[in-house]
Design a protein around this ligand. Structure first.
Ligand SMILES: C[S@@+](CC[C@H](N)C(=O)[O-])C[C@H]1O[C@@H](n2cnc3c(N)ncnc32)[C@H](O)[C@@H]1O
Ligand SMILES: Nc1nc2[nH]cc(C(=O)O)c2c(=O)[nH]1
Ligand code: SF4
Ligand SMILES: [Mg+2]
Length: 210
């Protein structure tokens, strides 16, 4: 149990339930191959059955951490920061991103878009989920759409989502990790037939890095 005072600070986004933070290489999507500091914030109730960080879901397991402390560590490593989770938009991202901007950081977010968009972002990676669809507002500002392909029907879902994003949004299909051997051939064929899409792989998993 956390104190009422701490809960208020979490509600305001002054403290956040930090699961982990690490310096690595962005493995996915448009910025893959780029060194970045990852901030993984706990808490998500979207509930994707194939989620590769289920340990993040329960926010109570991750200690409320002052955003000043999170940022102090971040800037020691990199000016490119990726905020992920869990679902970062569970929380108010305004205070964290304002502080990161003051430090001159480029700030990226990995999000399902299922909750109100808060925060100042240089890059928004929207990875929509059927079970809890994105809010209308985020389609307008997403820089990349990254649809996870677990089965063939997800290609249909991908097209429906692509119809909703802005015209500059870059479109990616990423195989669900456990189904990659089956889904990669499907995705490859699909992208060759529909070249507005690109392939995204979880390259960090092939590189054996976080
Ligand atoms: C763990 S999520 C956290 C951020 C946010 N909740 C979201 O879903 O976008 C980070 C990224 O990993 C993707 N992802 C999660 N589990 C995956 C899996 N088993 N295979 C492929 N991608 C996965 C998500 O779709 C998302 O793009
Ligand atoms: N290297 C690396 N790249 C990533 N891109 C998105 C990730 C995420 O979990 O949000 C992730 C991750 O966990 N590790
Ligand atoms: S929305 Fe993201 S963190 Fe939440 S369950 Fe789905 S993949 Fe995992
Ligand atoms: Mg990951």
């Amino acid at each position: 149990m956390i104190t009422k005072e701490k809960q208020t600070l979490v509600d305001e986004g002054i403290m956040l339930p930090l699961m982990e933070a690490f310096y690595t290489i962005q493995g996915e999507g448009f910025h893959k191959g780029t060194a970045a500091y990852f901030i993984r914030i706990g808490g998500c109730d979207v509930g994707c059955h194939w989620c590769d960080v289920k340990e993040s879901w329960n926010a109570d397991l991750h200690p409320p951490t002052a955003i000043g402390e999170i940022i102090e560590n971040a800037v020691e490593y990199s000016k490119t920061v990726v905020v992920t989770g869990g679902e970062p938009l569970t929380w108010n991202m305004d205070p964290l991103t304002q502080l990161l901007k003051k430090q001159g950081c480029q700030i990226h977010i990995e999000t399902s878009g299922a909750y109100k968009l808060t925060g100042i972002w240089d890059w928004i990676c929207l990875s929509p989920k059927k079970i809890k669809l994105p809010t209308e507002e985020i389609y307008e500002v997403a820089n990349e759409l990254k649809v996870i392909v677990f089965n063939a029907h997800d290609l249909k879902f991908a097209e429906e989502q692509a119809d909703k994003v802005n015209k500059d949004c870059i479109l990616y299909l990423q195989p669900e990790w456990s189904k990659r051997d089956k889904m990669i051939p499907l995705i490859v064929e699909y992208v060759m037939k529909n070249p507005r899409w690109k392939v995204s792989l979880q390259t960090h998993k092939y590189l054996n890095i976080p």
